[in-house]
Design a protein around this ligand. Sequence first.
Ligand code: SAM
Length: 337
Amino acid sequence: MGRQLVDGHGRRITYVRISVTDRCNLRCVYCMPEDQAFRPLPHLMTRDEVRRAASLLASFGVTKVRITGGEPTTRSDLVGIVGDLAAIGFPGGIALSTNGVLFPKMAHDLLAAGLTKVNVSLDAAEAEHFRKMARRDHFQPVLDSIDLALSLPFDSVKINAVVIRGFNDGQILPLAAMTHGKNLGVRFIEFMPFGDNAWTEADWMGWREVMDRLVAAGYVLAPLEKSEVSGPADEYRVVSPLGEHRGTIGFITPVSDRFCDTCNRMRLTQDGFLKGCLFGHNDVDLLRPMRAGASDGELAAVIEKAAAVKEERHPMFVGMRKNMLPLPARNMSEIGG
Ligand code: SAM
């Protein structure tokens, strides 16, 4: 076996989420302010820099990679980046997180380049609620994206939905119903506090309450066994008054039920920082030494350092006011969700 990447708490890092841009064509209320300032383009990793970083990470036994942002499909070289990752080889898959708006234009090319999994963010199953969450009118292209992705031979197609009380909690049932006739995973994500989003504990809705809503509507959820690559979601097979569902429902619970003990992830931000924890502060700059001419050996040492300082746990949020929290200054769009 080759070298491994093990953090300072004995956890092996096998999954890296690479953000390729901080730009986005939506302005989801929980993610990005309407007037978000973006980093100058020369600060973003180039395609070659992403390839070099990914190749070093693969040499440490990272088996799965997710491309995220910002919105990755706003990058004109995205298909090339996916092709580079496929050439490096990630046996756990090459996944994409996208809002789906531009995805239909490149879906076939992404598949041909080696993309294996697609997660589309969708917080509402009805146009008016979509507009309220995303502050843009792109509902139909996103629905089309999901159907297109399902029609292509990707290994999995999932929807990620952030639930905010009083905002889109009325969409829980319509979103869950989308898993009835389609082989689609819908995962409800707990709203997380970041830099300048409007998180309050009152707006936050934990997974148990989402589950209670489903049960009250006659849903029966049977837990599916977790696999090595299933990520942080707890997933369930579903029977509802509609009948047996082809798809699954899942919960991602970073706020109520931290999954830090089993965390196998690191993030690489679009400006080239390795980040051990979404809520951590121990970011390590990989891009600056790369641009200064560091050798592969020197960059490998930087990667090992980033793993060594990966935080053990992120803070517990429930019962805390946002201004008491040691939150990172970056929003999710600037980290890479
Ligand atoms: N643009 C892509 C997309 O829409 O999936 C990738 C980037 S987006 C930042 C990745 C994921 O982060 C999305 O599923 C989004 O819903 C989630 N996200 C962003 N801010 C969040 C927050 N405050 N709490 C929970 N999830 C959040």
